[in-house]
Design a protein around this ligand. Structure first.
Ligand code: URA
Length: 240
């Protein structure tokens, strides 16, 4: 692949802009400045340094963000800044999308990608990829509430009750809830249906992948192949 083409594919501007950037001497390939836009690069293990910042070449972008409170998962946010404002411009230019949305006041594990098939696999209820949330509630969590969430609660606009895959109390006002799908405000609506109310909500895991404690709120990192495998693990009950 030509260097200018590789640069363009990574979100560094138009073809012409990338050609000019390479010619100006601002781009290094695996640490060596190359000023020929037609310089042949091997995408495997390729690192591009642009104006001193090094980028790993990624055919598709798979990004993990620790979503902070007070950000909307939208390109056109209404009341709060967008989570996309926390990403560098090449990722925006690559048109990464949120893999399912979190509410502005929800924190935790948020995926973003430009791979439409991956987004579909992660969000389709048929694929059975579990999303794990921790909620603190306004009122105490009791056995009846946990049992209602496990056996199914009826939400407005839904024909049939929806059950959590798993649900357990963490302390007297908080619980962990595992869901197979990601309907609009699903956790808040399910907990409201039991007569309680969510105070704070945090997504801790998707599939077998747990949000790393080392990723600070507002930060992002690339996901590696092993992470993607963990993310796509279908849910299996610890009871089975
Ligand atoms: N369920 C909710 O109610 N809100 C979220 O942000 C995610 C799941």
């Amino acid at each position: 692949m030509w260097l200018a083409r590789a640069l363009q594919s990574q979100g560094f501007g138009s073809r012409k802009g990338c050609v000019l950037r390479v010619r100006s001497g601002a781009v290094a390939v695996n640490g060596v400045v190359r000023d020929d836009p037609e310089f042949e690069v091997d995408p495997v293990g390729l690192e591009l340094t642009i104006d001193g910042v090094t980028w790993p070449y990624r055919e598709k972008a798979y990004v993990l963000m620790h979503k902070p409170v007070g950000y909307e998962c939208s390109h056109k946010p209404k009341h709060y800044p967008s989570v996309f404002s926390l990403l560098p411009s090449p990722l925006i230019e690559r048109d990464v999308q949120c893999v399912g949305r979190l509410d502005q006041d929800t924190t935790g594990l948020l995926l973003l990608s430009d791979d439409g098939q991956f987004i579909h696999r992660m969000t389709s209820p048929k694929k059975g990829v579990a999303k794990v949330y921790r909620a603190t509630c306004a009122d105490p969590v009791d056995a009846a509430m946990l049992e209602a969430l496990r056996s199914g609660v009826l939400l407005n606009d839904e024909a049939a009750p929806i059950a959590a895959l798993a649900c357990e109390a963490l302390d007297d006002r908080s619980l962990q809830l595992t869901l197979a799908e990601g309907k609009y405000h699903q956790v808040k609506r399910m907990i409201a249906a039991t007569g309680n109310r969510v105070d704070t909500l945090h997504r801790v895991a998707i599939g077998d992948f747990v949000l790393p404690a080392t990723l600070a709120p507002g930060s992002w990192c690339w996901l590696e192949a092993a992470d993607l495998q963990q993310l796509e693990q279908p849910w299996r009950s610890v009871m089975s």
